[in-house]
Design a protein around this ligand. Structure first.
Ligand code: NI
Length: 378
């Protein structure tokens, strides 16, 4: 097995040196394709521009294993011998580790192909960071016959050898909003002749802060953050236009829908009060990463021997794996990748992965894929 893991480490380091941004993972896709072809693994005709879907075995049930493959627009500062050779682009979320883990799992599962009762579909997903990739994969139709899907994210707060899991909400549902207001410009000395864009914007932001503090149970974790506001250019003119943007995070999809509706109502009514025009743009962002309760319990039991298994603390980051879970029962785990008290977090320019984490990530895929084939057998 030492040889096997050494090869994976080398593979990850190569991928780490050649990161590509979301939707531009052309070289990465070509690399994955060659790697899988060398293992004689069948690559499906997905029509994806980047990313790929492959499979091992045949017939029902079909179990999907997912890894994301994109990197971030960050200038790497790790000083590692295998640091990024693509300046300004870095695998700072550890997706190099995710995809190398799935390649490792693919190799082991391929060696057992004769004995597999069903199909393992391997999803190398593009564009996770922009929340576009999972929808692209779902649109191929190649997940329509999938009985269950599993995935994971590396977790710098946990040590290599540890993994964490929980039923229900694992990562936040995310909304990203931008609110644009159009008032009527006037001299600062004659606000009565205009419609005050600045006052409209700030009144909206003020009222939105009451959403969480006055309409949501104190036992429910929710965040509404306005992070960016712009309006005006000087001291003696009331501007015509302005905007603010930010995010809503929560762990309950019904509440997320309700908050979004209330948000729209508050913003529109405030604009109306002041006589301003308003437009709201919502980006595509992931819903709550929700681990199927029954399946999580089974995966939890089946993962006892893989590593030190802990109950997970949910993360208020978002993860587009959630789009799969809207259609297919799925489980998403956290796998320890550092564990030092001062470990740089995900998306940090100094973020690193302890390669010993492969000893958990590969068996997590393999053992649970085999278990799920048995579980869903007709
Ligand atoms: Ni990530």
């Amino acid at each position: 097995m030492k040889q096997f893991y050494d090869k994976l480490v080398k593979t990850r380091h190569y991928l780490h040196q050649h990161p590509e941004l979301s939707g531009q993972e052309y070289e990465t896709t070509a690399f994955l394709k060659r790697y899988l072809q060398d293992l004689e693994i069948k690559i499906l005709d997905s029509g994806l521009e980047t990313g790929l879907i492959a499979e091992i075995g045949q017939g029902e049930p079909v179990i999907a294993l997912r890894a994301d493959i994109d990197a971030l627009p960050i200038l790497e500062q790790t000083g590692l011998p295998y640091a990024s050779q693509n300046p300004g682009v870095m695998h700072a979320c550890g997706h190099d580790f995710h995809q190398a883990s799935l390649l490792g799992a693919a190799e082991l599962l391929k060696a057992m192909e004769e004995d597999l009762q069903g199909t393992i579909r391997l999803i190398f997903q593009p564009a996770e960071e922009t929340s576009q990739g999972a929808s692209q994969v779902l649109a191929t139709g190649l997940l329509d016959d999938v009985a269950a899907i599993i995935g994971f994210h590396n977790m710098p707060q946990l040590k290599a050898g540890q993994m964490a899991l929980k039923a229900g909400a694992m990562m936040a549902g995310v909304e990203k909003f931008k609110v644009t207001v159009e008032g009527v410009s006037s001299h600062a000395a004659r606000p009565d002749l205009g419609v005050d864009t600045v006052l409209t914007l700030t009144s909206m932001i003020q009222s939105l802060q009451a959403l969480v503090s006055r309409t949501v149970s104190p036992f429910e974790p929710v965040v509404v953050s306005v992070t960016h506001i712009e309006a005006g250019a000087t001291w003696n003119v009331l501007p015509q236009n302005g905007f603010f943007e930010g995010t809503i995070r929560c762990f309950n999809s019904d509440l997320q829908k309700r908050l979004k509706a209330d948000f729209i109502r508050i913003v529109e009514h405030t604009a109306e009060n002041f006589g301003a025009k308003v437009a709201i743009v919502w980006d595509q962002t992931p819903p709550v990463t929700y681990n199927d309760p029954e399946l999580s319990e089974l995966i939890f039991k089946n993962s006892q021997n893989i590593g030190e298994l802990l109950p997970a603390q949910p993360s208020s980051a978002g993860e587009d794996f959630a789009f799969y879970q809207e259609k297919i029962p799925g489980v998403f785990a956290f796998i320890g990748s550092n564990g030092a008290a001062d470990a740089p977090d995900l998306h940090h320019d100094n973020m690193t992965i302890d390669d010993a984490a492969f000893q958990v990530s590969v068996p997590y895929y393999v053992e649970n894929a085999l278990f799920l084939l048995q579980h869903y057998k007709k």
